[in-house]
Design a protein around this ligand. Sequence first.
Ligand code: GLU
Length: 443
Amino acid sequence: MTVTRFAPSPTGRLHVGNIRTALHNCLLARQAGGRFLLRIDDTDPERSEEQYVEAIRRDLAWLGLAPDGEERQSTRLALYDAAFEKLQASGRVYRCYETAQELELRRKVLLGRGLPPIYDRAALALTEADHAEKAAQGIAPHWRFLIDRDEPIAWDDGIRGAQKFEGDRLSDPVIRRADGSWLYMLPSAVDDIDMGVTNVLRGEDHVSNTAVQLQMFTALGATPPAFAHEALLTGSEGKLSKRLGSLGVDAFREQGLEAMALNSLLARIGTSQPVVAETSMAALAEGFDLSTFGRAPARFDEAELLRINAQIVHQMDYAEVCGLLPEGMDEAAWLTVRPNLEKASEAQEWWQVIAGDLAAPVLTEEDRAFVAAAAQAAGVMTWDADAWKTLTAMLKDSTGRKGKALFLPLRLALTGIDHGPDMNALLPLIGRERAIERLTAAA
Ligand code: GLU
């Protein structure tokens, strides 16, 4: 069974890049009839906040990405201890004492010589007496994972194809701090094993982590999951602007955008497939295909998001939106205004046009006489579903007007604006009484 996971650190709100990763993992699982899990990476108590854990859950639910299970790293520390002991027993972790400043200095020296800034493994030369001396001074070690430089590191990446790393090009990562707390690397691998994760799909900023984590899986006696790393997201101008990079789910929701618009866009940008406005996750999952993902960054264009949103709104049934519509706005009114909306919330403005109080438009003398004639015609004609046809036919006959000269002053007088939904559908909604009132006011 396919098992995927989304593993955010609860140190802030989910932004558009995180949403994309969550979505893709969800789609990958849904497509295979598998499980999509949420893993809260909260091993750093200083930066993790409960409010963000709650916000992540809420945001995923709003997006339609509710996970099939949830784990929190802060409750799984015993597992990490056990894995650590195993690595200790097999000599795959070692104690170090360098300070951040010392390491920084060594990095600079290496870079200055044009060499890769790889940790020099100086601590491997320490003897038990050296360690005892540190302990006597009250200095606790931090721990590094020992990369096996003889073991080839390679995988077939679901997006990037064949990947190969030389072990001596990688630094042994610090996996545990001197205070015993965990850095990201080991707990993630331990969890992927324990949670039965079969597919890790994440951003390409994790490619070198994968190289190291592959060795962790092997060192822990596990078969690694399949890995795929996607190109990062950029804005329409080529890089993710600060504003866009920090745009959270709540910002999209507050703008009145549909979750499926965001999902439809994020599911397909960066792939060779066209962006299609889908109204269901099942439809998105069906077409999801890692082999269509490109190596170039995915461009997130807010104008495109709005276009997709409009396409989704144009397909929305009354039942889906009725809870959000203004009091009194019925199905006929929804279906009439729907083609004119970019966002469902704009229905409010059209309802105002249909049923609210309008300011009379400023018309020319001639047009005022024309709408006065229209008010009279509206008073004597039959009001049914064809009211607009009846009214305009009568006025065409009596005034000789046609085209824009016939329609525009009427639209202006009846709706207050020069564009909008089909008048055939709109006029019966405005109704006889209000229509006569508005035509009279405009005259
Ligand atoms: N918490 C990590 C991150 O947000 C998870 C990375 C992973 O998917 O393994 O970058």
